[in-house]
Ligand binder design. Structure first.
Ligand SMILES: NC(=O)c1ccc[n+]([C@@H]2O[C@H](COP(=O)([O-])OP(=O)(O)OC[C@H]3O[C@@H](n4cnc5c(N)ncnc54)[C@H](O)[C@@H]3O)[C@@H](O)[C@H]2O)c1
Ligand SMILES: O=c1ccn([C@@H]2O[C@H](COP(=O)(O)OP(=O)(O)O[C@H]3O[C@H](CO)[C@@H](O)[C@H](O)[C@H]3O)[C@@H](O)[C@H]2O)c(=O)[nH]1
Length: 463
């Protein structure tokens, strides 16, 4: 099938490359010429495990190409995906201007042939209707097209895996021809031809109306974000009553009605989706005269959770003014280079506000390209990060952080204190390396380094 994907970011590029991998003929369109040039050279502009290999295979088979020419893309595609960004406005409302611009451009370039316009961007409920209207208003009379909402559920860091192994595919729209075409498009995925486990039953396809499909996306993200805020609140209570949140999460999660996923307590949720999508749903509810109290509480818990490390640092160090804090990890989660709404950046800003000096190390952030606020503060390795620090805070659970030479890091620090903001490290190993270890919701794991063994008295041996 001929496919056009407009917007080749974290969602559009992965979607385009994976659809090409399963045999479709894909053109990716982006208005960022530098990104397009990179992709044309086979280079992924984002860090996403497995993506470049998928791109290389599909480009070699001539099933994946990139352009800045939206007209060429629209003419090429029988199925045209909209996958541009929908960031939050300061009010929390979703900024849909890029989707609007793309809908107009699609209308302008529609030819006579039937097309399915698929909205993969996360958009406020009701957007499918205005996308249809904008396309129509800008198109020649009697053009033949349908609009489908096909929300995306991939996670950054495992986006290729998630695309080939989805829990479900949601299709919103009333056009039977469009839905049939979309089912055909996804058949190799729904029939598990590219799945990690071929023996699984087919992927469920939820066919519904446009508004419900759009709402499913927001409701799923809001639920997951609330689940994390819930366990973070439980962790904060654990800290006070002497319980271990990881044991609590294990015991809760084994109840099949609860499930063990997304019960990892830590320094809160971030990224390009949860914060903006929960804010957008709260805003939509408000627009319709409803106060979303539970979601507002989930946001409030998350806001304070981001600064929990500061409370823990203060308990150990006293005032932070003049202290040097080293952040292990900057991205909002491991295996991505995405810094959008990363808890580490909020934490760094608050530490600076309190007069501390902040340094950071992240495997994807180069010292010469620091994020705003961390100019001259990005180290090129964990060793130079730790040197001279009064404390380390592990903010992102990069796998490589498990096996650092913590004894060496401890020796180079002014004070060997670590706040493990993701409960990722083994407290005993850290204590053996000389660290005072502080976790989240794990008061019992407050491990301090063992006291140095007293030297055995030297006995004078009578000759
Ligand atoms: N990132 C995720 O994990 C994720 C997962 C599910 C859904 N979503 C949703 O998918 C959408 C895209 O998210 P993303 O993270 O991929 O965004 P992104 O910012 O990484 O990518 C968007 C791309 O669209 C391009 N673009 C913007 N305006 C354009 C235009 N007029 N014409 C052509 N290209 C244009 C940008 O240059 C950019 O490359 C958002 O609505 C987001 O909420 C994201
Ligand atoms: O138990 C957990 C799980 C996650 N997080 C945090 O939650 C945030 C989001 O993590 P994750 O959901 O794994 O990554 P995203 O790539 O943001 O994916 C979410 O947002 C996407 C964009 O809408 C959706 O498509 C995905 O289904 C949804 O999981 C990160 O800051 C994580 O550190 C926790 O604190 N505890």
């Amino acid at each position: 099938m001929r496919v056009c994907v407009i917007g080749t970011g974290y969602v559009g590029l992965v979607t385009g490359a994976c659809l090409a991998h399963i045999g479709h003929d894909v053109v990716g369109v982006d208005n960022n010429a530098a990104k397009v040039a990179q992709m044309q050279a086979g280079i992924s502009p984002i860090v996403e495990p497995g993506l470049e290999a998928i791109m290389a295979g599909a480009m070699q088979a001539q099933r994946l190409a990139f352009t800045t020419d939206i007209g060429a893309g629209v003419r090429h595609g029988e199925v045209i995906f909209i996958a541009v960004g929908t960031p939050a406005l300061p009010s929390g409302e979703s900024d849909t201007r890029a989707v609007e611009a793309v809908a107009r451009a699609i209308g302008i370039h529609l030819d006579g042939s039937y097309k399915v316009i698929v909205n993969k961007s996360t958009v406020p409920i009701g957007s499918g209707d205005w996308v249809r209207m904008l396309v129509s208003e800008n198109a020649a009379p009697n053009v033949d097209f349908d609009v489908v909402s096909n929300p995306e559920f991939l996670r950054e860091g495992s986006a290729v895996f998630d695309t080939f192994n989805p829990d479900r595919i949601v299709l919103g729209g009333s056009g039977r021809r469009a839905v049939a075409l979309m089912k055909k498009l996804y058949e190799p995925i729904t029939q598990r031809q590219v799945a990690a486990e071929a023996a699984l039953p087919p992927v469920p396809v939820v066919v519904t109306d446009l508004a419900s499909a759009e709402m499913i996306k927001y409701a799923a993200n809001a639920f997951l974000a609330t689940k994390i805020s819930f366990i973070n609140e439980v962790a904060n209570i654990c800290d006070r009553v002497g319980a271990d949140v990881q044991q609590v999460a294990l015991g809760m999660g084994l109840d099949s009605r609860i499930g063990g996923k997304f019960l990892q307590a830590g320094l809160g949720w971030g990224g390009s989706c949860f914060p903006k999508d929960v804010a957008a749903l709260v805003h939509t509810a408000c627009d319709y005269g409803y106060e979303a109290k539970l979601l507002a509480a989930a946001v409030a818990v998350n806001r304070s959770q981001r600064y929990l490390a500061i409370e823990k640092l203060r308990q150990a160090l006293g005032i932070l003014k003049g202290k040097t804090i080293g952040l292990l990890g900057l991205t909002f989660k491991p295996d991505t280079d995405d810094l959008r709404d990363a808890p580490a950046l909020a934490l760094a800003a608050e530490c600076r506000r309190l007069g501390a000096r902040v340094k950071a190390y992240d495997p994807t952030v180069r010292p010469e390209r620091p994020p705003a606020g961390l100019e001259a503060g990005v180290a090129d390795c964990p060793e130079s990060l730790a040197a001279g620090c009064d404390a380390l805070v592990l903010v992102t659970e990069w796998a490589e952080f498990r096996t650092l030479d913590y004894a060496g890091l401890a020796r180079s620090m002014a004070r060997a204190l670590i706040v493990d903001g993701r409960n990722f490290l083994d407290p005993q190993i850290l204590a053996a390396a000389g660290f005072t270890y502080v976790g989240i919701g794990k008061p019992g794991a407050k491990a301090a380094p063992a006291a140095p063994e007293k030297a055995a008295p030297v006995l004078a041996i009578a000759s």
